[in-house]
Design a protein around this ligand. Structure first.
Ligand SMILES: [Zn+2]
Length: 263
């Protein structure tokens, strides 16, 4: 039984501000997305699956307009759709963890994330997950998640935070071999990235994020990807591979998910 109280920060710690204190609308986006994810049954299902609460998503974050891509809520649903449906062989229910990671990553995020909350943040943090016994567990999503990340990056961030919610903290940027990003969000190795007493072992948050992006580039279906989106996945995966691991994994990926040996 894991009893440690762990707190993980992605990028830097930020003070939660109410939506009224930050800009929660982007007018460069289309006002409304037409897609199955913004139909009422789908919104209702994922609202419950990720334990959204009205009090965390009103005041400008989009509670009144779940399909409006100028608002944080719709931009979160858009990323949730990718995480849950990009596989050409979609999971059959939320308990289905068979097949590759692209197929069950959505179920992993649903199982591990305790609740998804929108906050202003400090302007640089994308997200923050708090976990442990007794204390309230939650994942906060901040303005840079909503507006500085494209939808593929947002999906990867949800996978990253889900790994933290599984009580896996970062174990990199330490010793004499720090990651090139010099960030506390670094992991030690691609397959060794969890830290903190009571944490699981194995692939960490950065590794999970890379793995999802890699599978997405390799085989995401045409309804949930295009060449631009696969380029996004390649670029984000390679950024993580090249800067967020203490030990260079010595590979990059192409936009079709091929592996390139780099050292
Ligand atoms: Zn992290």
């Amino acid at each position: 039984m894991r009893t440690a109280l762990c707190i993980c920060l992605i990028f830097t710690f930020g003070t939660a501000l109410e939506a009224a204190e930050c800009d929660t609308t982007r007018t460069t986006e289309p006002a409304v997305q037409i897609g199955f994810w913004c139909t009422q049954p789908w919104v209702d299902f994922y609202w419950d699956a990720y334990d959204f609460d009205k009090g965390d998503w009103d005041d400008g974050f989009g509670w009144h307009a779940a399909c409006d891509l100028r608002k944080p809520l719709a931009r979160t649903f858009q990323a949730i759709q990718l995480v849950n449906y990009a596989s050409p062989n979609e999971a059959t229910n939320t308990g289905d963890f068979s097949g590759n990671f692209l197929r069950w990553a959505g179920n992993y995020t649903i199982r591990e994330i305790d609740e998804l909350d929108a906050r202003c943040g400090n302007g640089s943090s994308r997200a923050y997950t708090k976990w442990g016994p007794i204390i309230d567990n939650y994942t906060n999503l901040y303005i840079p998640f909503f507006y500085n990340e494209n939808v593929v990056e947002r999906a990867g961030t949800l996978v990253h935070e889900a790994r933290h919610a599984d009580w896996c903290g970062h174990n990199g940027n330490d010793g004499s071999n720090k990651c090139s990003a010099r960030s506390n969000s670094c992991d030690e190795k691609y397959r060794d990235g969890c830290g903190g007493f009571g944490s699981p072992s194995g692939r960490g948050a950065v590794g999970y994020q890379i793995l999802w992006l890699w599978w997405y580039a390799f085989e995401a279906d045409a309804q949930h990807s295009n060449t631009t989106m696969k380029d996004f996945a390649r670029d984000e995966a390679n950024r993580l591979l090249n800067t967020m691991l203490d030990v260079d994994p010595c590979f990059n990926i192409t936009s079709s998910g091929a592996k390139i040996i780099t050292c």
